[in-house]
Write a protein that binds this ligand. Structure first.
Ligand code: ATP
Ligand code: MG
Length: 645
């Protein structure tokens, strides 16, 4: 199969001179794997009690990192920066949906987190108790997460777009005795209820909740239950702003987080303290290249996803970075809102998802062109493979044609970035996440479980060594942990569930979920590559490809496309042209049997395309579980289009 990218981009020497990610890191990690991670943990983290043992893998696949050490995660993210004299540095530039703003220094953060920790303690939360957090992107969400970390009370953040049912399952699964929420959340300039979903979830059956702590955000009307409900301003505001953080064991649970549910029932991923924080801080430093004294960093993910946990809360705050926190959507009140924010705060590092980039492409180049984006020096991407076309658009239109882009592959389960270029060091190959970062080991296996390095052959991505931020188990289900990740290729390999291949230069290309890799007349085709071919056509903004059962070819390629603004659906002509375009870009074997122009694609609430639902449509089946879908009406539009087409 032909590689879609024709150009690679050599690192800029000026960038390289100041970059945190140095070539020596690879040498050090190769020479002494455990010593390398021990160094990272000692350099980047403040330990209340130093560790003497690095990795304990004797009970594989259950790992322990830095097990006899002790630390407090919140102390590392907040207090130590104040103690080091950086209390006046801005931690968070908060930008509200309504244009309201708040500047929070590290000293402010210390006071707010201390008050919140005192309040939670008053509500009976002690070390080991679980707290559910169901909140929008506001500072109180971060205060609550850090207050939990401070108390050693694992949090379970549930994305604010989830329904009452999803909330109930997660509250019960984690046995959370306190839920922190808001009266409502701002969405596209309008208030939408939020607490109502918590109220409803508590009617869905037995529950462990003793208190619901409610931040007043939209001042909308809320139902009130005197037995459970408490206002944040009544309970938190009157607390002392001092709180002593107690050291926790390195393996003390930090949080539970459910995966996005792209492929099936979400899994409650458990992360612990010392290893997780080490890798979050390390990757934010060498991959995002954060220089805390000078950078303004902005990760646009929601804190409800792992990207928000590792790269809004724990990584950047452990590093003492200054960042932007934005509550609203990209198109409210106008489609240039993000770029206006970049200009306003002088954002230097922007980390976002391909789905957002493709949306901006669809809206047109003239929108970002109206703003001064010259402060940007580094761009990042996460969540899905980024099509080379979208990569180039991002670099040209947002990165001034020169900012390096780090395409970071990782998962909720990995806790931190695993495969990514290092800015200033790696010659960038658009569309490929390239190489494991220093300290991480990955391989690609064939059907027999044998590693290979042959270019262009499609296989399974596995991780071959434990890593500090790895999940420790699936909450309450050790067996599912073994079955899901450590059985497909035996206990030697962590099975990531993603298809992958090497190119001739040894770069790793992620090809979509293993379940999404198609077999057409005996050829293994990747959804990601055909999607990239479609997106490289001038008329296509987004594409989703699935393999549908076909009597003659085994599977046939079915494509769903969204057109860019200014392009019309000319029926058969459009379809023919796109089919020929794929044949030219990849080969005749990859030509879609069917192409359907659609107004929207089904996406999870984290913005990922849910191919299994499209596969149901392509195979004329009843559409499966849609509970993790962001907008369930999308599927009806697509089914109607299918019936007509
Ligand atoms: P579930 O496991 O419940 O199906 P999910 O896998 O979508 O949900 P996440 O942990 O949020 O949940 O996403 C991790 C997955 O996202 C990876 O396994 C991979 O498929 C995809 N991914 C993330 N970053 C990249 C990237 N840079 N390139 C390619 N794929 C990526
Ligand atoms: Mg997954």
């Amino acid at each position: 199969m032909r590689i879609l990218s024709e150009t690679s981009y050599a690192p800029d020497p000026d960038f390289a001179a100041a970059a945190n990610g140095k070539a020596e890191l690879f040498e050090q990690a190769d020479a002494d794997f455990e010593g390398f991670w021990a160094d990272q943990a000692r350099e980047r983290i403040t330990w209340a009690k130093p560790f003497t043992q690095t990795l304990d893998w004797s009970n594989a696949p259950f790992a322990k990192w830095f097990a006899d050490g002790q630390l407090n995660v919140a102390h590392n993210c907040v207090d130590r920066h104040v103690e080091a004299g950086n209390g006046e540095r801005v931690a968070i530039h908060f930008e509200g949906d309504q244009g309201d703003t708040r500047t929070i220094t590290y000293a402010d953060l210390q006071r707010e987190v201390s008050k919140t920790a005192n309040a939670l303690q008053e509500l009976g939360i002690n070390k080991g108790d679980r707290v559910a957090i169901y909140m929008p992107m506001i500072p109180e969400t971060i205060f609550t997460m850090l207050a939990c970390a401070r108390l050693g009370a694992p949090h379970s953040v549930i994305f604010g777009g989830f329904s009452a049912d999803a909330l109930h399952t997660r509250i019960v699964d984690a046995d959370a005795s306190v839920v922190v929420t808001t009266d409502g959340q701002w969405r596209r300039g309008k208030p939408a209820p939020l607490k109502a979903a918590v109220d409803e979830s508590l009617t869905k059956g037995d529950h462990p909740v003793k208190h619901v702590l409610v931040v007043q955000r939209t001042k909308g009307e809320v139902a009130w239950n005197d037995d459970l409900d408490l206002w944040w301003h009544d309970v938190v505001d009157r607390q002392s702003d001092e709180h002593t953080a107690e050291p926790m064991d390195a393996e003390h649970p930090l949080f539970i987080l459910y995966t996005s549910g792209t492929t099936g029932k979400p899994k409650g991923i458990l992360h612990t303290s010392g290893g997780y924080l080490t890798q979050a801080a390390y990757t934010n430093s060498i991959v995002h290249d954060v220089h805390p004294e000078t950078d303004v960093y902005w990760c646009t993910a929601d804190v409800g996803w792992v990207t928000g946990h590792s790269y809004i809360v724990y990584g950047p705050l452990a590093n003492g970075a200054t960042q932007v926190l934005y509550e609203g959507t990209p198109d409210t009140p106008h489609q240039g809102r993000w770029w206006e924010i970049v200009q306003k705060y002088g954002v230097t590092i922007l980390y976002t998802a391909p789905t957002a980039i493709r949306t901006f492409m669809k809206w047109g180049n003239d929108i970002p062109a109206k703003f001064d984006l010259s402060s940007i020096r580094l761009l990042g991407s996460v969540g899905e493979p980024i099509n080379p076309e979208a990569w180039r658009w991002y670099r040209e239109n947002i990165g001034g044609g020169k900012a390096p882009i780090v395409d970071t592959w990782w998962q909720t389960e990995t806790g931190g970035i695993m495969i990514s270029p290092l800015p200033g060091l790696t010659t960038l190959e658009p569309g490929s996440a390239q190489r494991p970062i220093p300290g991480i080991a990955a391989e690609i296996l064939d059907d027999m479980g044998e590693p290979f390095t042959e270019p262009e052959k499609v296989g399974y991505l596995v991780l071959t060594k434990p890593w500090p931020a790895m999940l420790r188990t699936i909450w309450g289900d050790d067996q599912r942990y073994r079955d899901t990740y450590w059985s497909r290729f035996g206990e030697k390999y962590y099975f990531a569930g993603d298809g992958a291949k090497y190119d001739a230069d040894g770069n790793i290309w992620l090809l979509g979920r293993v379940d999404d890799v198609m077999n057409v007349s005996g050829h293994r085709l990747s959804t990601a590559e055909i999607e990239s071919a479609l997106v490289s056509h001038e008329s296509v903004a987004e594409a989703a490809v699935v393999g549908a059962t076909d009597e003659t070819t085994g599977q046939a390629v079915c494509a769903f496309v969204i057109l860019r603004e200014g392009f019309e659906d000319d029926g058969d002509d459009t379809v023919q042209e796109l089919r020929n375009h794929v044949a030219k870009e990849i080969g005749p074997i990859a030509k879609p049997r069917q192409i359907l122009v659609v107004p929207e694609l089904p996406k999870t609430r984290s913005g990922k395309i849910m191919r299994r639902l499209l596969k149901d449509v392509a195979e004329n089946r009843e559409v499966g579980d849609v509970t993790t879908l962001a907008d369930s009406s999308v599927m009806n539009l697509i089914k109607d289009g299918m019936a007509k087409g």
